[in-house]
Unconditional design. Sequence first.
Length: 213
Amino acid sequence: MIRLLIADDQHLAREGLRQLLSPEPDITFLGAARDGAELVGMAREHRPDVILTDLRMPGTDGITAIRRLTTQAPDTPIIALTTFDTDEYLFGALEAGAVGFLLKDGDPDLYLAAIRAAHRGQGLIDPQVTRRLVRRFAAPPVREPGMELTARETEVLRLLALGRSNAEIAGELRIAPGTVKIHVSRVLSKIGVRTRVQAAIHAYRSGLVSPDE
């Protein structure tokens, strides 16, 4: 069961999300915050499995809330949701620690897919903005600070950047899923990031993965 918390400053948006998500048998709707500050407080109280938050809210906005939440509850995946398809929101949310990014005018089924993916430890970016994300971080290659990855960790990072799940990585490398989880954790630690999305960005920026792939 996925225990979900959402945040949006508009009542109609909160109710729309509630009506979309509540009927799902594997999702428990914990509540809805009206701004980022309330979201941080509710997350501390309810300890959700996944958080879905709007980015543009009065007072404490979504990006600020994401930064606070990734410090307060680093193991809780956060999906950013916005009406505004701008680089400021896209890159700001992902760099703050969001594991997914959705547009409000996107396919409702994508919301459900993103929530379930986040709960599995994966990230999902709205296809409408994926190409822009790749273009921004794919060139030119730069050397990132951090400890050197082993050959196996480099393989894991490359497959992670290509969107493979832990189970798929395990299958391709013929290793146990638990071993993949350990490798992913070490990769994140070594390159100094918190989420799989940030790790994928690192892989593109360092030239490990090309946009053509």
